[in-house]
Design a protein around this ligand. Structure first.
Ligand code: SAH
Length: 221
Protein backbone atom coordinates (compact mmCIF):
# COMPACT_ATOMS: atom_id res chain seq x y z
CA UNK A 1 0.00 0.00 0.00
CA UNK A 2 1.32 3.45 -0.95
CA UNK A 3 0.78 4.94 2.49
CA UNK A 4 2.91 2.28 4.18
CA UNK A 5 5.79 2.87 1.75
CA UNK A 6 5.49 6.64 2.14
CA UNK A 7 5.56 6.44 5.94
CA UNK A 8 8.64 4.22 5.80
CA UNK A 9 10.36 6.76 3.57
CA UNK A 10 9.36 9.61 5.89
CA UNK A 11 10.82 7.78 8.91
CA UNK A 12 14.06 7.20 6.99
CA UNK A 13 14.20 10.94 6.08
CA UNK A 14 13.72 11.86 9.75
CA UNK A 15 16.47 9.44 10.79
CA UNK A 16 18.87 10.90 8.22
CA UNK A 17 18.15 14.50 9.16
CA UNK A 18 18.55 13.66 12.86
CA UNK A 19 22.03 12.33 12.04
CA UNK A 20 22.94 15.41 9.96
CA UNK A 21 21.87 17.79 12.73
CA UNK A 22 23.16 15.81 15.73
CA UNK A 23 26.01 18.25 16.36
CA UNK A 24 23.43 21.01 16.95
CA UNK A 25 20.68 19.08 18.68
CA UNK A 26 22.80 16.69 20.73
CA UNK A 27 20.49 13.90 19.57
CA UNK A 28 21.88 11.45 17.02
CA UNK A 29 18.53 9.68 16.85
CA UNK A 30 15.10 10.10 18.35
CA UNK A 31 13.58 7.70 20.88
CA UNK A 32 11.83 4.57 19.70
CA UNK A 33 8.59 5.86 21.26
CA UNK A 34 8.75 9.08 19.23
CA UNK A 35 9.58 7.26 15.99
CA UNK A 36 6.76 4.79 16.64
CA UNK A 37 4.29 7.67 17.08
CA UNK A 38 5.58 9.33 13.90
CA UNK A 39 4.98 6.05 12.09
CA UNK A 40 1.50 5.54 13.56
CA UNK A 41 -0.15 8.93 12.93
CA UNK A 42 -1.43 9.18 9.36
CA UNK A 43 -0.30 12.65 8.21
CA UNK A 44 -2.46 12.51 5.06
CA UNK A 45 -5.55 12.96 7.25
CA UNK A 46 -4.23 16.29 8.54
CA UNK A 47 -3.53 18.09 5.27
CA UNK A 48 -5.81 19.41 2.50
CA UNK A 49 -6.76 16.79 -0.05
CA UNK A 50 -4.68 18.66 -2.67
CA UNK A 51 -1.60 18.15 -0.51
CA UNK A 52 -2.29 14.46 0.21
CA UNK A 53 0.27 13.32 -2.36
CA UNK A 54 2.95 15.24 -0.48
CA UNK A 55 1.75 14.30 3.01
CA UNK A 56 4.81 12.16 3.79
CA UNK A 57 7.44 14.43 2.25
CA UNK A 58 9.84 15.79 4.83
CA UNK A 59 8.68 19.38 4.31
CA UNK A 60 6.09 21.83 5.70
CA UNK A 61 2.63 21.98 4.07
CA UNK A 62 -0.10 24.64 3.96
CA UNK A 63 -3.14 24.06 6.19
CA UNK A 64 -5.07 27.21 5.19
CA UNK A 65 -5.38 30.68 6.79
CA UNK A 66 -1.70 31.35 5.97
CA UNK A 67 -0.59 28.64 8.41
CA UNK A 68 1.57 25.55 7.91
CA UNK A 69 2.03 22.13 9.39
CA UNK A 70 5.74 21.76 10.26
CA UNK A 71 8.00 19.33 8.46
CA UNK A 72 7.95 15.83 10.05
CA UNK A 73 11.60 16.05 11.17
CA UNK A 74 10.87 19.24 13.15
CA UNK A 75 7.76 17.69 14.74
CA UNK A 76 9.85 14.64 15.73
CA UNK A 77 12.70 16.81 17.07
CA UNK A 78 10.42 19.07 19.11
CA UNK A 79 8.58 16.06 20.51
CA UNK A 80 11.79 14.17 21.31
CA UNK A 81 13.24 17.18 23.18
CA UNK A 82 10.23 17.13 25.53
CA UNK A 83 11.26 13.68 26.92
CA UNK A 84 7.62 12.68 27.47
CA UNK A 85 6.50 9.71 29.52
CA UNK A 86 3.05 8.13 29.59
CA UNK A 87 2.29 10.21 32.71
CA UNK A 88 3.13 13.57 31.13
CA UNK A 89 0.63 16.40 30.89
CA UNK A 90 1.46 18.54 27.86
CA UNK A 91 0.39 21.95 26.61
CA UNK A 92 0.66 22.81 22.92
CA UNK A 93 0.23 26.37 21.63
CA UNK A 94 -0.83 26.36 17.96
CA UNK A 95 -3.04 23.31 17.28
CA UNK A 96 -3.13 24.09 13.54
CA UNK A 97 -4.18 20.86 11.84
CA UNK A 98 -3.94 18.83 15.05
CA UNK A 99 -1.06 16.74 13.67
CA UNK A 100 1.46 17.42 16.41
CA UNK A 101 -1.27 17.09 19.04
CA UNK A 102 -1.96 13.60 17.67
CA UNK A 103 1.73 12.68 17.94
CA UNK A 104 1.85 14.04 21.51
CA UNK A 105 -1.33 12.18 22.43
CA UNK A 106 0.37 8.85 21.70
CA UNK A 107 3.25 9.69 24.07
CA UNK A 108 1.63 11.50 27.00
CA UNK A 109 -1.28 11.10 29.41
CA UNK A 110 -3.12 14.27 28.46
CA UNK A 111 -2.58 16.91 25.79
CA UNK A 112 -4.06 20.41 26.03
CA UNK A 113 -3.83 22.36 22.79
CA UNK A 114 -4.77 25.98 22.05
CA UNK A 115 -5.46 27.50 18.62
CA UNK A 116 -6.47 31.13 18.00
CA UNK A 117 -7.97 30.80 14.50
CA UNK A 118 -11.52 29.54 15.18
CA UNK A 119 -11.90 27.65 11.86
CA UNK A 120 -8.63 25.76 12.34
CA UNK A 121 -9.44 25.08 15.98
CA UNK A 122 -12.88 23.65 15.15
CA UNK A 123 -11.64 21.50 12.29
CA UNK A 124 -8.68 20.15 14.30
CA UNK A 125 -11.01 19.36 17.19
CA UNK A 126 -13.39 17.44 14.89
CA UNK A 127 -10.51 15.64 13.16
CA UNK A 128 -8.86 14.55 16.42
CA UNK A 129 -12.22 13.29 17.70
CA UNK A 130 -12.96 11.41 14.49
CA UNK A 131 -9.52 9.76 14.56
CA UNK A 132 -10.00 8.75 18.21
CA UNK A 133 -7.38 10.93 19.93
CA UNK A 134 -9.47 11.06 23.09
CA UNK A 135 -6.80 12.39 25.46
CA UNK A 136 -6.49 15.69 23.58
CA UNK A 137 -8.47 18.69 24.80
CA UNK A 138 -8.56 21.77 22.57
CA UNK A 139 -9.29 25.41 23.35
CA UNK A 140 -10.06 28.09 20.77
CA UNK A 141 -8.25 31.10 22.24
CA UNK A 142 -5.02 33.07 22.27
CA UNK A 143 -2.42 30.74 23.77
CA UNK A 144 0.06 33.51 24.57
CA UNK A 145 -1.27 33.40 28.13
CA UNK A 146 -1.16 29.60 28.40
CA UNK A 147 -3.99 27.64 30.00
CA UNK A 148 -4.01 28.66 33.66
CA UNK A 149 -6.79 26.26 34.80
CA UNK A 150 -4.94 23.19 33.52
CA UNK A 151 -1.44 24.25 34.67
CA UNK A 152 1.18 23.24 35.67
CA UNK A 153 2.49 21.20 32.72
CA UNK A 154 5.30 18.66 32.48
CA UNK A 155 5.97 19.87 28.96
CA UNK A 156 5.00 22.79 26.74
CA UNK A 157 5.48 23.03 22.99
CA UNK A 158 4.90 26.21 21.01
CA UNK A 159 4.51 25.70 17.27
CA UNK A 160 4.71 29.37 16.23
CA UNK A 161 7.65 31.75 16.70
CA UNK A 162 7.64 34.48 19.34
CA UNK A 163 10.02 37.42 19.75
CA UNK A 164 10.45 36.35 23.37
CA UNK A 165 9.44 33.44 25.60
CA UNK A 166 6.00 34.28 27.06
CA UNK A 167 6.27 34.72 30.83
CA UNK A 168 2.93 32.97 31.42
CA UNK A 169 4.24 29.81 29.81
CA UNK A 170 7.38 29.78 31.96
CA UNK A 171 5.15 30.17 34.99
CA UNK A 172 2.90 27.29 33.93
CA UNK A 173 5.82 24.87 33.53
CA UNK A 174 6.23 22.34 36.38
CA UNK A 175 9.56 22.16 38.26
CA UNK A 176 11.50 19.60 36.25
CA UNK A 177 9.46 20.54 33.17
CA UNK A 178 10.62 21.18 29.61
CA UNK A 179 9.42 23.64 26.97
CA UNK A 180 10.34 23.80 23.29
CA UNK A 181 9.69 27.11 21.52
CA UNK A 182 10.97 28.82 18.36
CA UNK A 183 12.18 32.31 19.24
CA UNK A 184 12.82 35.08 16.71
CA UNK A 185 11.15 37.58 14.43
CA UNK A 186 8.84 36.57 11.56
CA UNK A 187 10.76 35.73 8.38
CA UNK A 188 14.05 36.52 10.15
CA UNK A 189 16.45 34.23 11.97
CA UNK A 190 14.68 32.07 14.53
CA UNK A 191 16.14 29.56 16.97
CA UNK A 192 14.39 26.56 18.41
CA UNK A 193 14.95 26.96 22.15
CA UNK A 194 14.77 24.33 24.87
CA UNK A 195 13.68 25.83 28.18
CA UNK A 196 14.07 23.74 31.32
CA UNK A 197 12.90 24.49 34.85
CA UNK A 198 14.76 22.72 37.66
CA UNK A 199 13.24 21.57 40.97
CA UNK A 200 14.13 24.94 42.55
CA UNK A 201 12.39 26.81 39.74
CA UNK A 202 15.59 28.02 38.01
CA UNK A 203 15.27 28.45 34.24
CA UNK A 204 17.87 27.35 31.69
CA UNK A 205 17.55 28.08 27.96
CA UNK A 206 19.50 26.33 25.21
CA UNK A 207 19.47 27.24 21.52
CA UNK A 208 19.04 24.00 19.59
CA UNK A 209 18.69 24.77 15.87
CA UNK A 210 17.87 27.52 13.34
CA UNK A 211 14.23 27.15 12.19
CA UNK A 212 11.44 28.94 10.24
CA UNK A 213 8.00 29.16 11.84
CA UNK A 214 4.85 31.23 11.31
CA UNK A 215 4.53 34.02 13.92
CA UNK A 216 2.99 33.55 17.35
CA UNK A 217 0.31 36.18 17.80
CA UNK A 218 0.95 37.97 21.06
CA UNK A 219 -1.63 40.77 21.31
CA UNK A 220 -4.65 40.32 23.52
CA UNK A 221 -7.85 39.62 21.60
N1 SAH B 1 1.14 22.25 15.40
C1 SAH B 1 0.44 22.51 14.17
C2 SAH B 1 1.14 23.53 13.30
C3 SAH B 1 0.66 24.84 13.64
S1 SAH B 1 1.19 26.23 12.72
C4 SAH B 1 0.21 21.26 13.38
O1 SAH B 1 0.75 20.20 13.74
O2 SAH B 1 -0.53 21.33 12.39
C5 SAH B 1 1.08 27.38 14.04
C6 SAH B 1 -0.30 27.63 14.56
O3 SAH B 1 -0.19 28.52 15.65
C7 SAH B 1 -1.23 28.32 13.57
O4 SAH B 1 -2.37 27.53 13.37
C8 SAH B 1 -1.57 29.65 14.23
O5 SAH B 1 -2.89 30.09 14.00
C9 SAH B 1 -1.34 29.32 15.69
N2 SAH B 1 -1.09 30.47 16.57
C10 SAH B 1 -0.32 31.57 16.34
N3 SAH B 1 -0.34 32.38 17.42
C11 SAH B 1 -1.13 31.77 18.34
C12 SAH B 1 -1.54 32.13 19.65
N4 SAH B 1 -1.14 33.25 20.23
N5 SAH B 1 -2.37 31.28 20.32
C13 SAH B 1 -2.80 30.13 19.74
N6 SAH B 1 -2.45 29.75 18.50
C14 SAH B 1 -1.61 30.56 17.80
Amino acid sequence: MARKTNIKRMLKDIENEAKFTASYTGRERFSDRVMQAMGDVVRDKFVDSVAEDYAYDNGPLPIGYGQTISQPYIVALMTDLLDLTEDSVVLEIGTGSGYQAAILSKLAKTVYSIERIPELCESARARLKMLGYDNVETLCANGYYGWEEKAPFDAITVTAAAAHIPQALIKQLKPGGRMVIPVGLPYMHQELMLVTKDQQGNITTDAILGVAFVPLVTEKE
